[in-house]
Write a protein that binds this ligand. Structure first.
Ligand SMILES: [Zn+2]
Length: 1019
């Protein structure tokens, strides 16, 4: 993303950063492209006979270096957003050029053409989505030519995910999946030479430790990125610590990975942008009056020498690329050829610079061979601030409904993958529909998609794509369930509006309805199920025909009041279900209700009592509300009683003209509150529904904020279901809405947030691991991404919030946690999207609904992992399918695999078709090293019930045999001595390899805390 990112820099680097970036932003919008004539690629060029040569790719293909010189590695690349200002297809085909002149297909056309001209030229490709699209459209001759370029290392893949994913708001399940999709295409198409060695996360807005851990677990040797806090970068420049070893996990061994932060941005040096989107002069040589070789070479040598002072070795990387560069690769490569020629010619006059075409992997290999030591990093790179008022912490929450929709899409993807495996759906249509859903969920992880930092038209296009992908894959789910149950003509419809209690399938009648529940987890789960229905008399039966008790709960009046909500259904059936994998429940309307039995199940209204307090409680939890305010004031659970006040509050978003950081507006990227937070203090109206199994307090906070606080019998957490919107804008002020939980817990400035839904990281208010942050923005500088969990504690108590989508969160006071749940902003923040984050629907602000769960726990000697287990269940609750039937439906016997040998802390992370006769199985230990120990068990039963013939273990992504993994190992400064030889990491355990004829004991496996193991099972 091109942005006006004006980080304060201590050193005089402006000519290489700020002005350049600012001016390029203008170029992108106003460059006259009329004279740009794209070179047409013709197959004639390929008539030079192209055969796939002996592969010498990756580390084996690196250029020769000169150990006595400064080796300057030119990295030719193009950063191609899969949607941002334009949609993914508009960028690819080059339509809507009045918005932006991005045309990605032309990048590949011209780059391949230019690489074929000169074997020294190299190019780094990152986003596989675009490359996949282009490659599949090419002739067989051209495909062969491309393979040759991959085989000889000229075309090298970095990253290799379907997209360059965001790292703050993404869930690790989706990150791993999107790498599987990208890397599998590369493996199937190019073999081992298609596999990247490094992560390439240039544009993501801050960097997570879990992402580094995922790279390490995939066998990558390093990770390259750009955006870290401006004060961190200043400090690292001073301390020569832009390059480091990142200890990416507290629980996993061998998790070190090399991380390199660029000195400036990821653009080419000022004056060396040769593409059609630039105004820099080409290199003019020959006997001409305007020959500029000397000037260009001097400028480049000065830049290279200057750059070399920020690194610890005699190697520097120079990015020769930017957003959507290389749309005319001929201009780029011909000028780089000249640059290399004339810069290296200076060596005869004593120049110490050796300039060469290279790749990030080759750069990494070069510094690995130096056998020197490096500084250490253990935390992460959040939050990212680009200047004193520019904390990029708003996007943690931006577009909350889209963030939730992506979670739903991921959930459905897991359901469909498992169902497809169980029913062995391997036909072309099923495979295609599943692939499209996989690819679309991959697309949505992009750093301008799930972040909510794209334009509204692009967001709408993402929603369209995701809806279409889900609808397409519904066929797979339906066909699988028709095989796996006796409902051979069942509809198995999904309802995507259950969060506002709407389902078209049940709204006219829930008579003779089958609700099929799918549990994506490995272990039997007991949950409460809600089905929107009319206020009628029902009877529910399970698969055995046994009557199931239920309650009929009114939908909150604030939900009924949502504009254009179909209000046919005003109640929800609530019943408890225990599901191993799939279970059916049969719902029937009683035509002549036995009012005594049916009516008593309808939860009635109970107004607040006259006392000062209102109490609801079940066998596990007691909640006390203050009747004078309507707010929650005390929670008792797990043997702990704590004063916890929950409130909603509003930050006014700063609205400036963006002239300099001091006038920065709050926007889709940046969170910048204007003044103090305003807590909503008006008395909250309460309505209470008090049943045997579910108890609800409906809070009407104001005209556009309401909430249901809910307890289920036997469930050890409190549910807060919030409804926010339409956020009013008639007062011309931007608003950012938070939910706050205030306790008396003495947290002493410390709190914890998750990293992409996996390990927790300790945060300390106003502090960072490696540098002194600028705290001018004292609120937003303390905001962190909360993907699934935020918590705080003292010696006795532990308060945790679990959320249902990524949000920004913090602990701004001891004992208090807050999450930002919605935002409506009337100004852009000038980070590039050039549009205010002002989401509307039906002419008003967009309404959002979601859930936050509270767990209050006592502190025991050993953590119990309760929160981790809750988190898994909340991430993938039962998926509901609806069908019509005249009788009870059942799951057919022996159709489902047996997971019962898996310990409770082992979860099924992935089960999916991998090829026509292979499936991918990914198991994870969900507890950390404080919560659990090493677990050993046997997977033979699971293997057999999956009809396995052979099993082999791979890296995390599923595409490299684990015994072939070999990562570069770097050594820490704290080791004290330089290493005497180059070293590598290989798998820390013996990879599992077995087949059906082997003994059961050959299927024993061991899992360390937080370990994920990935297997391919041949059937
Ligand atoms: Zn980008």
């Amino acid at each position: 993303m091109i942005l006006r990112d004006k980080a304060i820099r201590k050193h005089s680097v402006k000519e290489y950063s700020d002005n350049k970036i600012l001016s390029r932003f203008v170029f992108v919008h106003f460059v006259d492209m009329k004279n740009f004539r794209v070179i047409t690629f013709t197959c004639a060029l390929l008539s030079l006979s192209i055969k796939r040569s002996e592969a010498a790719c990756g580390f084996e293909s690196c250029p020769e270096l000169d150990k006595d010189k400064i080796n300057v590695h030119l990295i030719a690349h193009s950063h191609d957003d899969v949607g941002w200002l334009k949609t993914v297809d508009q960028y690819y085909y080059g339509t809507e050029n009045q918005i932006h002149r991005g045309r990605v297909e032309r990048i590949f056309d011209t780059v391949i053409h230019e690489l074929l001209k000169n074997s020294k030229r190299r190019f780094v490709q990152v986003e596989i989505l675009f490359f996949f699209k282009w490659y599949n459209d090419q002739s067989e001759d051209l495909k062969l030519a491309v393979k040759k370029l991959v085989d000889n290392g000229q075309l090298e893949f970095a990253g290799g995910g379907w997209t360059m994913n965001d790292e703050a708001t993404t869930h690790y399940q989706s990150i791993i999946d999107q790498y599987n999709v990208g890397l599998k295409f590369l493996r199937d198409t190019f073999g081992s030479c298609g596999r990247p060695n490094i992560g390439w996360q240039l544009d993501s807005f801050g960097h997570s430790r879990e992402m580094a851990s995922i790279f390490a677990q995939m066998g990558y040797s390093g990770e390259f990125f750009t955006r870290i806090d401006f004060m961190d970068k200043i400090t690292r420049n001073d301390e020569l610590s832009l390059e480091m070893i990142w200890q990416s996990s507290e629980s996993l061994s061998n998790s070190d990975i090399f991380a390199a932060v660029s000195q400036g941005h990821y653009s080419e040096p000022l004056g060396f942008c040769f593409d059609v989107l630039c105004y820099d002069d080409p290199i003019i040589d020959g006997n001409r009056f305007d020959n500029n070789v000397q000037f260009k070479v001097n400028t480049f040598l000065n830049y290279s020498t200057w750059l070399s002072q920020w690194v610890r070795s005699n190697h520097v990387m120079v990015s020769m690329g930017e957003d959507f560069r290389f749309q005319n690769a001929e201009i780029n490569f011909s000028n780089m050829d000249k640059l290399i020629k004339y810069v290296n010619a200076r060596q005869s006059k004593g120049s110490r610079v050796n300039l060469l075409y290279s790749t990030p992997a080759c750069y990494l290999k070069a510094i690995h061979q130096l056998e020197q030591t490096w500084p250490n990093k253990t935390q992460d790179f959040f939050p990212y601030a680009s200047n004193i008022h520019d904390a990029w912490t708003g996007y943690y929450t931006s577009r909350p409904t889209q963030k939730r929709f992506i979670r739903d899409g991921n959930h459905f993807l897991q359901v469909v993958k498992q169902l497809s495996t169980f029913a062995n759906l391997t036909g072309p249509q099923h495979t295609n529909d599943l692939d499209i859903l996989r690819q679309t969920i991959g697309l949505m992880q992009h750093h301008d998609a799930i972040t909510g930092t794209e334009r509204q038209a692009v967001a709408s296009d993402y929603d369209r794509l995701l809806t279409d992908a889900i609808v397409g894959a519904e066929t797979n789910a339906r066909d699988a369930l028709r095989i796996l149950t006796n409902l051979t003509t069942g509809e198995f419809t999904s309802c995507l509006k259950l969060n506002i209690s709407v389902c078209a399938f049940t709204q006219e009648s829930a008579n003779n309805l089958v609700v099929t529940l799918f549990n994506s987890l490995a272990h039997t789960s007991t949950q409460y199920v809600r089905v929107p229905v009319k206020n009628e008399s029902y009877v529910i039966a399970d698969e055995m025909g046994r009557e199931v008790t239920f309650e009929l709960v009114p939908v909150p009046s604030d939900v009924l009041a949502i504009q254009h909500r179909s209000n046919i259904t005003q109640h929800e059936l609530v019943f408890k279900a225990s599901v191993q994998k799939i279970a059916n429940f049969y719902v029937r309307v009683l035509s002549s209700p036995k009012s005594s039995s049916a009516k008593k199940r309808i939860l009635g209204y109970q107004g607040p009592s006259d006392d000062n307090e209102l109490v609801i409680q079940n066998s596990l939890i007691k909640l006390v509300f203050d009747n004078s305010t309507g707010k929650l004031k005390t929670v008792a659970m797990n043997g702990v009683t704590e004063n916890i006040e929950q409130t909603f509050a509003i930050y006014k978003g700063y609205w400036g003209d963006n002239q300099g950081t001091v006038n920065r507006s709050s926007g889709s990227y940046i969170f910048r509150p204007d003044g103090d937070i305003k807590e909503l203090s008006d008395k909250i109206d309460l309505t209470v529904y008090n049943g045997d199994r579910v108890q609800e307090v409906h809070q009407h906070v104001n005209e556009w904020i309401s909430q249901v606080i809910r307890l289920y019998d036997g469930v050890n957490r409190v549910e807060f279901e919030w409804l926010v919107g339409p956020i009013p804008a008639n007062d011309n002020s931007s608003k950012e809405i938070v939910t706050r939980f205030k306790s008396d817990i003495s947290s002493n400035g410390v709190f914890y947030t998750d990293s992409n839904g996996r390990e927790m990281l300790q945060r300390k208010r106003n502090e960072r691991e490696d540098f002194d942050p600028d705290l001018t923005e004292k609120v937003s500088a303390n905001y962190y991404p909360v993907t699934t969990r935020i918590s705080l504690k003292d010696e006795k108590k532990h308060m945790t919030l679990l959320n249902d989508r990524a949000q920004g969160g913090s602990s701004l006071q001891d004992g208090m946690l807050e999450l930002m749940i919605h935002r409506r902003l009337l100004s852009d923040d000038w980070c590039g999207v050039a549009e205010a984050l002002n989401e509307t629907q039906f002419g008003k602000g967009l309404v959002a609904r979601g859930k936050v769960y509270l767990i209050l726990n006592n502190i025991t000697e050993k953590a119990t992992g309760t929160e981790s287990l809750n988190q898994k269940e909340l991430h993938l609750p039962f998926w509901k399918f609806f069908s019509k039937s005249n009788s009870v439906a059942t799951v057919l016997p022996n159709k489902l695999p047996d997971f019962t040998d898996l310990p409770q802390s082992i979860n099924l992370l992935t089960l999916e078709p991998y090829s026509s006769d292979e499936i991918l199985l990914r198991l994870e230990h969900v507890m950390n090293h404080n919560e659990s120990n090493v677990l050993s068990f046997n997977v033979r039963t699971l293997f057999d019930t999956l009809a396995g013939q052979e099993i082999r273990e791979t890296t995390l992504d599923g595409n490299l045999p684990l015994d072939e993994m070999k990562r570069l190992k770097f050594h820490h400064d704290v080791d004290g001595t330089d290493p005497s030889k180059v070293e590598y990491f290989t798998s820390s355990h013996k990879p599992l390899t077995a087949n059906a004829s082997m003994a059961n004991s050959d299927f024993n496996v061991t899992f360390y805390p937080m370990q994920i193991r990935t297997f391919i099972i041949k059937r």
